[in-house]
Design a protein. Structure first.
Length: 184
């Protein structure tokens, strides 16, 4: 396929995604992406026209309520996950923002539909961790995994430290010499 043809196909595909009716549905002001989630998949919910800065979306298809917060565009956005045990079909999504509420529809596709295609052998059981899982620690968790020898000071650190110590010692010596010359 020529590069011009590939470019035109890519532009057409992007245009189709940008105007996808499911992604930007005005279904009571409630929309979601992906347009047709699968069981166990993540979903982003959007609500427009709500006067509040926060809202809560509930649905029997979702693992937990989605807490929506306002964006710079004035839209309320939140994330949740579709239950892995939910069957394919249409489910109501109720969004409560203050005294108002909006209702939309979530269409869940069957297991496997819309999921990434995997090649090769499929595992017979769900995957489970086989090694230590690093939990907590926030931004410092990666420091626990760093080799102590690699994380220690190297030659450059040592030279820098010695230079700074020399400058500090010189400053102290000069200050002491100035004080001793002053008349009392």
């Amino acid at each position: 396929m020529g590069s011009l043809r590939v470019t035109l196909c890519a532009i057409a595909a992007l245009g189709a995604v940008a105007v996808s009716p499911a992604a930007h549905a005005a279904d009571g002001g409630v929309s979601h992406s992906p347009p047709s989630p699968y069981p166990g998949g993540d979903i982003t919910l959007r609500v427009s026209g709500c006067p509040e800065r926060t809202a809560t979306a509930t649905s029997p298809a979702l693992v937990s309520d989605a807490h929506l917060t306002v964006t710079a565009e004035g839209e309320l956005v939140g994330e949740s996950r579709v239950r892995s045990t939910v069957k394919a079909g249409r489910y109501d999504v109720k969004v409560t923002c203050g005294e108002a509420s909006r209702t939309g529809t979530l269409t869940v596709v069957g297991k496997g539909a819309g999921q990434p295609v995997r090649h090769g052998s499929q595992p017979s059981a769900p995957a489970s961790p086989t090694a230590l899982v690093l939990a907590g620690g926030g931004g410092t968790a990666h420091l626990a995994m760093v080799d102590a020898r690699a994380a220690g000071p190297g030659t450059a650190h040592t030279v820098t430290g010695l230079v700074l110590a020399g400058v500090a010692a010189t400053a102290v010596a000069l200050r002491s010499a100035r004080r001793s010359r002053r008349p009392r």
